[in-house]
Design a protein around this ligand. Sequence first.
Ligand code: ZN
Length: 263
Amino acid sequence: MRICRVAVDDDLFFGLIEGLSDAGEIGEGTLVALLDGHPFGELAPEGRIFKASEVRFVAPILPSKIIAVGRNYAAHAKELGNEVPVSPMIFLKPSTSVIGPGEPIALPWQSEQVEHEAELAVVIGRLCSDVPVDRVADVVLGYTCANDVTARDLQKSDGQWGRAKGFDTFCPLGPWIVTDLEADAAAISCVVNGEVKQRGSTGDMVFDVAELVSWISSVMTLLPGDVILTGTPAGVGPIKAGDEVSVTIEGVGTLTNPVVDRG
Ligand code: ZN
């Protein structure tokens, strides 16, 4: 099942997507069936069905918090000269950093070096804490693509990562949430202006999805809609105004965002 969030005129709705192309992309026959209310628990169809071309796709979820995991792929830890941590290394991104597919990543004047980080995002489906590893599937709503946009120069100079990871527009999410993904063996890539920059597999994570959700839920209560960014494979690099950056996860789809200077 694919859960999206769309704008119809001035109103926002969750919806279910049907009829993607064989490549998993929006095509002529793609339809969006609107849902009544939220996508947690029993789904209630609202009744109206639109062609995908008649609606605007927005970020598939607005989380109360985004918990991100650093250095969760050994090759990426190494490329930045870091050791692989012995337990998950987590940090928070503000909910206000979220944007949806097609919305611009705005480069802040404070940084000279903003970089892309393609990541698998886990969307939590119910309130939970202290979730055992073997119960994690019960609390996950699904998965989507994320770009953990990072001001690399500020990450180094600040020590703390709150500013480097927290600017508005620094958390593109989308294009939709897939509820039935083999999350521990999906190809993940990042393409900038048509050139492949990152290519990896979620199977290369140091801590897998179940371990991450369990571990994080032992620290903080997770709420429906909260998002966990699971780390990025090797190949991170700079983006500049005028670029187009895409994150693709096999079985999910492609999240594409243009890059602009913040006005
Ligand atoms: Zn990251």
